[in-house]
Design a protein around this ligand. Sequence first.
Ligand code: GUN
Ligand code: ZN
Length: 438
Amino acid sequence: MTDVLLRGRLLSFNDEPLAGEESTGVFTYIEDGGLLIRDGRIVAMDDFAVLQAGDGRNVEVKDHRPHLILPGFIDTHIHFPQMQVVGSYAGALMEWLSKYTFVEEQKFSDQGHPERIASAFFDELIRHGTTTAAAYCSVHKASVKAFFAESHRRNLRMVAGKVMMDRNAPPGLLDTPQSGYDDSKALIAEWHGKGRQLYAITPRFAPTSTPEQLQMTGTLVQEHPDLHVQTHLCENTAEIAFVAELFPWSRDYTNVYEHYGLLGQKTLLGHCIHLTDAEIGAIANAGSVAVFCPTSNLFIGSGLFDLARLRTSNPPVRNAIATDIGGGTSYSMLRTLDEGYKILNIQGQRYHPLRSFYQVTLGNARALSLEGVIGSFTPGAEADCVVLDARATPAMRIRMETVETLVEELFLMQTMGDDRSIAEVYVAGRAAKSALAN
Ligand code: GUN
Ligand code: ZN
């Protein structure tokens, strides 16, 4: 296969830029950069002139100047069956779930529906510059098959699983402790490690699982300790009160997951808004990840994620950021960063643009325990890239006239950007956005 050499302004993070602009060495920025890709992986990131000289091999140069090239964006919490839930006019979480979400997810037992949505779903991720996601499928095995088949066909690095839920939902969405376990086992055997696909054990959340199901989920985790676990935690106060009714013996909501052995370093906990100090301690000690879903938290009216409180605990809680489509309102990690900035700002917490772009690349890769695999341009990493255009719209173009620094440009992109700012996307070294049908 011919090598590919991307030319443009390269930005890749080596660590979290906690000190903002004062951070040195935590990121690499090359003004006239070259990114050499061979067989879907990064070979080198250097000055274009250095790499252009080459070593005699055939190289196809793709010139993206004056755009920025970053590692592809990573979305750490998204619901694949909720494409047709986005923007549903509901009240808080429990009403939103029963009135719209559970209704929509039942359609995933219909012939052909999961396949049609899977195709639209990955088109949308690519259009928005997202090259990896941790996704919830529906309770139906067919939804997971459709998801992974399409992801595998496109050679995307994806993490996903069948939701397990055996109570407090319509009959068409319920499995049983045994069938949830058996279906998950079969899907793990078929998909985990196939190409770039990774399986995530996915109990939806404590209210929709019986103790028996959570027990069997714990068994699955013991049998597959290398797999991700994803679920929801403390998103909404009514949800928390319901968990206290369902599990009266439990110290708190987090303790339910802890009790069944579901808190580990590969556990992704969506939302984590209304946590007690004891819960923060338990999550931090387990090394689990709190996933911030800003557009969803605002849209469903769930509350304000308190990043500073999580990060100043000892040890700190690991964190990630995500869209949470279809509670979330945009597939764009840029829109997500913008809303996240506002949620933190209103709490007096500033979030530097360098940290934002670290988070949606290396930060989220670390949260998924995939550092070195995705999220940076380190040699050997998979060559998923996003090409960003800060002048994508007339309003951005006129604003860019007064922008002088890289940090200002990043902040403008996060504040005004969306899918129009995604000039191109590379998946394992292949152009993917320009290859979309529309
Ligand atoms: N809690 C349980 N299921 C869901 C879901 O689908 N979306 C959100 N936002 N919260 C949940
Ligand atoms: Zn969710």
